[in-house]
Design a protein around this ligand. Structure first.
Ligand SMILES: Cc1ncc(COP(=O)(O)O)c(C=O)c1O
Length: 492
């Protein structure tokens, strides 16, 4: 079996009879969700197929829901046979023909094959080449594999120190770090918490877990981070906190945010999941807010597999978070519960990896920056690719995922090209305000809507053969640039 093609066993095969109607075909399309219906005749033999595009075109012609399928089938269509080799079947599939029925000797459908593009170059990959295995093995052999053990304290101490903060509370992921911070600050129903529109959903979900009401505000056009002016405008008597997200490694304008928040008695909880080590005015992110949260998910700058941490200068809040992280159990009396808490603990195994990663954080950041600089150098002639700003006053961004805007409606084509070359590229997050479950919380979103339609993240991994990847990328984009230049000349 080749990775490019998957045979589907025990599956819901999208089949219609040719004496059924377009309406029946639509129902099958809707049920199976594969974008195609295979049509069989009265003897159950394959006699055609219709894609959702075909059906759309039929409706645009002179057909209606009651049109019989047998009247609209084309005699020519692509199908495979289970008697063929995988390789033969694979050659029938491509970017355009993504799914075909597979028949037996009697033309009866027994399966289908699907085109699955292989991704050779992942968006990111953890670099675990330091003491990670050594520390992990030590933790393992010590049998302290659960959430007690020396690596946890060491990781909490070392990481909070790295951020320039006194205390760290390690937790099981970045989402619960945000939840824990909000809980420790007593935020709940009736309170409002301001969040940026352009972020990963964890930021707003954590607010919703507490019963508080999120208020979604727009981001700045240049930094892509929360717009302090919009934050200020959104403040009401109910506003208890703001969660600035240092998006894609870019620090927010912490000077303005802290000032506005201070003037209105609003807590600042930084979401630093994507920006370990970023600096605003000589101060690392994670050291501005009252409690600040990190993620150590596998794609983050340093990782513990899954994991997160809250850092704070407050001993009281540290105690509260430690209690809440451990089922609300009294810190003085074991198995005595003073509040309803959670199991949000990190394991000693995760912390062991974290300690080793932290030893190498400068190396990991430098490597990512090097990759970003190579992209910038190689792609500087591509007029429609605009990289994330790295020249904003007071902000020293880090590279999480190399991020850029692809302008002039070319994002889809560019991404298609890159994916065809087995390069995994991602679109920016959808703005929260676009999603049904969050849109009612929107205060403002103009820039977020524009940015999210243009933004892409390029593969950014310490282990990638940078130059090789970027060569592919740049030749693809340059070819596209030339093609467009010719198109434009013809057009004028
Ligand atoms: C901005 C932001 N906040 C929060 C999180 C949540 O982190 P985790 O995936 O560790 O729960 C993420 C990450 O994935 C993130 O990108």
């Amino acid at each position: 079996m080749t990775p490019n093609q998957k045979l589907n066993h025990k599956v819901d095969i999208p089949i219609c009879k040719n004496n059924e109607t377009l309406f029946d075909a639509l129902k099958v399309l809707n049920r199976v969700g594969k974008g195609i219906v295979f049509i069989v005749n009265e003897d159950e033999k394959l006699c055609g197929l219709l894609t959702d595009g075909d059906i759309r075109r039929l409706f645009l012609g002179e057909n209606d829901l009651q049109t019989l399928l047998k009247n609209v089938l084309s005699p020519e269509f692509v199908y495979g046979s289970v008697l063929q080799t995988h390789e033969e079947i694979r050659t029938l599939l491509n970017q355009k023909i993504k799914i075909i029925p597979l028949v037996d000797r009697d033309m009866k459908i027994v399966d289908y094959a699907e085109y699955l593009p292989e991704i050779h170059i992942p968006i990111t990959q953890p670099d675990l080449n330091g003491n990670e295995l050594k520390y992990l093995t030590e933790a393992f052999l010590s049998t302290w594999i659960s959430s007690t053990g020396p690596y946890i304290t060491r990781f909490e101490n070392d990481f909070s120190k790295y951020c320039g903060v006194n205390h760290g509370v390690a937790v099981s992921n970045g989402t619960v770090a945000l939840h824990l911070a909000l809980l420790a600050l007593g935020i709940g129903p009736g309170d409002e918490v301001v969040v940026p529109d352009l972020t990963f959903a964890a930021t707003i979900n954590a607010v919703l877990y507490t019963g508080a009401t999120p208020v979604i505000v727009d981001v700045e056009e240049d930094s892509w981070c929360i717009d302090p002016q919009e934050f200020q405008k959104a403040i009401t008597k109910k506003t208890k906190a703001v969660i600035p997200v240092h998006l894609y490694g870019q620090p927010c304008d912490m000077y303005k945010i802290m000032k506005i928040a201070g003037n209105h008695g609003v807590h600042v909880i930084e979401d630093c999941a994507e920006a370990h080590g970023a600096i605003f005015k000589d101060q690392r992110v994670g050291s501005f807010g009252i409690i600040n949260c990190f993620s150590f998910y596998g794609n983050k700058i340093i990782t513990t597999g899954e994991g997160g941490m809250c850092v704070t200068n407050s001993s009281d809040l540290t105690e509260k978070m430690r209690t809440l992280r451990d089922h609300g159990m009294s810190r003085k009396q074991k198995y005595w519960h003073e509040t309803i808490g959670y199991n949000y603990r990190m394991t000693n195994l995760q912390a062991a990896i974290g300690c080793a990663q932290l030893e190498r954080i400068d190396e990991l950041l430098n490597r990512r920056e090097e990759i970003e600089n190579t992209y910038r150098r190689q792609l500087r002639e591509i007029s429609f690719v605009e990289f994330q700003r790295n020249d904003l006053p007071h902000r020293k961004k880090v590279t999480w995922l190399v991020s850029a805007l692809v302008k002039e409606d070319r994002r889809e084509t560019v991404c298609e090209k890159l994916r065809a070359q087995k390069i995994d590229v991602r679109y920016f997050f959808y703005p929260l305000s676009k999603m049904d479950i969050y849109k009612k919380y929107t205060f403002s979103n103009e820039n977020s809507l524009k940015l999210s339609e243009m933004g892409i993240n390029f593969p950014t991994s310490g282990k990638l053969p940078g130059s090789e990847l970027i060569e592919i990328l740049s030749s693809e984009l340059k070819r596209r640039e030339k093609f467009n230049a010719v198109e434009n000349t013809i057009g004028t």
